[in-house]
Design a protein around this ligand. Structure first.
Ligand SMILES: Cc1ncc(COP(=O)(O)O)c(C=O)c1O
Length: 416
C-alpha cells in the first residue's frame, strides 16, 4: 500500500464555492455519518422538492385536465406550469415536453411509437456499447417486430466511443443513433456534437439519453441538434415516477399513440377515435401530476445554483478520488477517457467488488456494485464480476472522498 494521507486539510481547492450543503437535504441532514456515493442510481432530495410536493397535496390536490372545479383548475395549472419549467430548463418549448414515468419509459415510447411506425426490415439502429439496458432493450423489442437491425458501436480502450468505427457503421440504412450523454457505469461522455453531425449527414435521427448527464451538465436541446432527449426526475434531485421525453414537434406530431386511454384523445366513438395532439397524445390516463410539481421544484432549484461551480466541485472531488486510488495497490479505474463526468468504476486485484461494498456499507459508505444495467459494456470490457461504482453529486464533500479512500485502504488490507 502507498502512503497517501486521507485528510481533508490536504485539499482546499474549492472552499470558496457557494454550494448547497447537506443541511438542504433532509435525509443527509438526519444521517450525518452517511456517505452517499450512489447518486447515479438516485439522488437525495432537497427540502424544497419535498415541500413542493407536500404543499401540492395539502393545498391543490385534484386530478388534472378534468375537474369542473377550482381545485381541478389549480392542479391543471400546476401541471402545465411544470411542463413550462422543464422546457425552460432544457431550452425547449412546452409542447415538445412529454411527461413519462422516467427515462426508461421515454425511450420505450420512442422505440415503440417512432420505431414501430418508421422502421422497416433491414433498417439500422446504432447503439453505443456504453448504453444502459434502458437504451438497448426497447430497441431490441422494436427490432424484433419490424426486422430492423441493431448495430453496436464499439469502444476504444479508454471507454470512449470509437468514432472511426462509428463512421464506418453509419450508412444509408441508419435510421436512428441512440447514445448516452454520460455513461452511468463509467462516467464517460460521448462526443455528442460530432455524433449528431455525422448522424445528420446520413439523415438518421438521434436520441440522447440524458439520465446521468442532466444532473451534471447544463442542457440546451435547441443547440444540441438531436431529435429526442430523455431523463428521469429522481436522478436530478426530483421525485421518482416522473421523467421527460423531449422531441422535435414535427417528429412528435407524426408519431402514433403508444398507449390508449383517457386524456390522449380528441373524440372517442365505436366508429373510430381521434387523438389529441402531442404531447397529450402520449400521456394516457392520470399522469403523475404531484411528481411533476416536485420535478419542477427540483429543476428550478438546480437552475438557481451556480452550475459552473457545481461542475468544478464535482470534477475536483473526482480528481481527489482518482489521485487517492493511485495509492491503493491493485485498484484501477475503468474508463479513463478524458471526457468524463463524476462517476468512477473501480476494479480490484483479488477482492470481489461485492465484498468491498459490504465493508464500505458497514462504514456507512453507500456505493453500487455489479454490471450497472450495462451488460454489453461489461462483456466488452471482460468484467464478469462487474465493478464498484462511486458516483458523485453536488452535496458530496472532500471528507466523503477521504472517508471512502481510508475505508478502501482498510478493506483492501483485509481482502487482498
Ligand atoms: C444512462 C441511463 N439511462 C437510463 C436509465 C434508466 O433510468 P430510469 O430507471 O430512471 O428510467 C438509467 C438509470 O440508471 C441510466 O443511468
Amino acid at each position: 500500500m502507498g502512503i497517501y494521507r486521507f485528510t481533508s486539510s490536504a485539499h482546499s481547492f474549492m472552499d470558496h464555492l457557494p454550494l448547497p450543503d447537506r443541511a438542504s437535504f433532509p435525509l443527509l441532514a438526519t444521517n450525518p455519518e452517511l456517505v452517499w456515493l450512489d447518486n447515479a442510481a438516485t439522488t437525495q432530495k432537497p427540502r424544497v422538492v419535498l415541500d413542493a410536493e407536500r404543499r401540492f397535496y395539502e393545498e391543490s390536490n385534484a386530478n388534472v385536465h378534468r375537474g369542473g372545479h377550482r381545485l381541478g383548475h389549480a392542479a391543471t395549472e400546476a401541471y402545465e406550469a411544470a411542463r413550462k419549467t422543464v422546457a425552460r430548463f432544457i431550452n425547449a418549448r412546452p409542447e415538445e415536453i412529454v411527461f413519462t414515468r422516467g427515462a426508461t419509459e421515454a425511450i420505450n415510447l420512442v422505440a415503440y411509437s417512432w420505431g414501430g411506425s418508421q422502421l422497416k426490415a433491414g433498417d439500422e439502429v446504432l447503439l453505443s456499447t456504453l448504453e444502459h439496458h434502458a437504451n438497448i432493450v426497447p430497441w431490441q423489442l422494436v427490432a424484433q417486430r419490424t426486422g430492423a437491425v441493431i448495430k453496436p458501436i464499439p469502444l476504444q480502450e479508454d471507454g470512449q466511443i470509437d468514432m472511426t468505427a462509428f463512421c464506418t457503421l453509419l450508412g444509408p440504412r441508419t435510421r436512428m443513433v441512440a447514445v448516452s450523454q454520460m455513461s452511468n457505469a463509467l462516467g464517460v461522455c460521448p462526443p455528442l456534437a460530432q455524433l449528431i453531425a455525422a448522424a445528420r449527414s446520413v439523415n438518421a435521427l438521434v436520441l440522447v439519453d440524458g439520465a446521468q448527464g442532466v444532473a451534471h451538465q447544463s442542457v440546451d436541446v435547441s443547440a444540441l441538434g438531436a431529435d429526442f432527449y430523455v431523463f428521469s426526475g429522481h436522478k436530478v434531485f426530483g421525485p421518482t415516477g416522473i421523467g421527460v421525453l423531449w422531441g422535435r414537434t414535427e417528429i412528435l406530431d407524426a408519431m402514433p399513440p403508444w398507449q390508449g386511454g383517457g386524456e390522449m384523445i380528441e373524440r372517442v366513438s365505436f366508429d373510430g377515435t381521434t387523438f389529441a395532439p402531442a404531447p397529450r397524445r402520449f400521456e394516457a390516463g392520470t399522469p403523475a401530476f404531484a411528481q411533476t410539481v416536485g420535478l419542477a421544484a427540483a429543476l428550478d432549484w438546480l437552475a438557481a445554483q451556480d452550475r459552473i461551480a457545481i461542475a468544478q466541485h464535482e470534477t475536483a472531488l473526482y480528481q481527489q478520488l482518482a489521485e487517492g486510488i493511485r495509492y491503493l495497490d491493485g485498484v484501477r479505474i475503468v474508463g479513463t477517457a478524458p471526457e468524463k463526468g463524476p462517476i468512477a468504476s473501480l476494479v480490484f486485484g483479488r477482492a470481489h467488488p461485492y465484498d468491498v461494498a459490504q465493508f464500505l456499507d458497514e462504514r456507512d459508505i453507500a456505493v453500487r456494485v455489479g454490471s450497472h444495467c450495462a451488460g454489453p459494456l461489461m462483456q466488452s470490457l471482460g468484467l464478469s464480476q462487474g465493478t464498484l461504482r462511486v458516483s458523485l453529486a453536488l452535496y458530496n464533500t472532500q471528507s466523503d472522498i477521504d472517508r471512502l479512500l481510508a475505508a478502501l485502504q482498510d478493506t483492501l488490507e483485509l481482502l487482498q
